[in-house]
Design a protein around this ligand. Structure first.
Ligand code: HEM
Length: 186
């Protein structure tokens, strides 16, 4: 997996927790690269899992919660790192519909050895179903990214993870309008 994802894990921990916790995470995870990642380099995704595992131990938080938090945080970093990929998008549904066809394709142009996950989004009326599949077990990061882009585009939408495809390698998410309180008339 491309080094940018790893470098951003270290940055995420430094910013959201502390530099000391980031250092402790790297030491505890015993990753071969010792936390020194270049964005164009390629590293085994197991190093990311080892860092999340070490962070979970240090903070006493479950790995899925931290991976989701990372995905949410990473969504706005992608806006800073790859602003051209956001040009022309004004709503989250269209943005999410184009991950496979545009964003991750642009990623492959930037980094020809990248192997991004499959992220297929289908718009059905008011609902958007996003299906994630990867040889890497990073569905929680995908969940956080989707939540992050809903927040970024400021759409009044919510996302729910369904049981249709479960596990860290495959997941399905339904994005729909936030429910109006029952007491408010339509
Ligand atoms: C403009 C928006 C986006 C950019 C710039 C971007 C960029 C990237 C890059 C550079 C990688 C590493 C690929 C590799 O090493 O082979 C990656 C992986 C990944 N992307 Fe995206 N991505 C974007 C949108 C999304 C969205 C909306 C999702 C949500 C479903 C998503 C889910 C993931 C996941 C979960 C990975 C980790 C690798 C894996 O699971 O196999 N990405 N992305």
């Amino acid at each position: 997996m491309k080094g940018v994802i790893f470098a951003e894990i270290v940055r995420f921990v430094e910013q959201e927790f502390s530099i000391e916790i980031a250092d402790a995470m790297i030491t505890k995870s015993a990753v071969a690269s010792e936390g020194a990642y270049t964005s164009v380099g390629n590293y085994p995704h197991q190093e990311a899992l080892a860092m999340f595992g070490a962070l979970a131990d240090l903070l006493g938080q479950p790995v899925p919660v931290l991976a989701d938090y990372y995905g949410f945080w990473l969504s706005s970093r992608f806006v800073e790192l790859y602003p051209e990929m956001f040009e022309g998008y004004t709503d989250v549904r269209t943005f999410l519909r184009d991950v496979d066809g545009h964003h991750h394709r642009e990623v492959q142009k930037l980094y020809p050895d990248a192997v991004p996950p499959s992220v297929v989004a289908v718009i059905d009326g008011e609902e958007l179903t996003v299906s994630y599949a990867s040889h890497r077990p990073l569905a929680d990061v995908a969940f956080g990214l989707i939540r992050g882009y809903i927040a970024y585009f400021d759409d009044a939408l919510v996302v729910e993870r369904t049981d249709a495809a479960t596990g860290p390698h495959a997941a399905r998410f339904i994005v729909r309008a936030a429910a109006r309180p029952a007491s408010v008339a339509a």
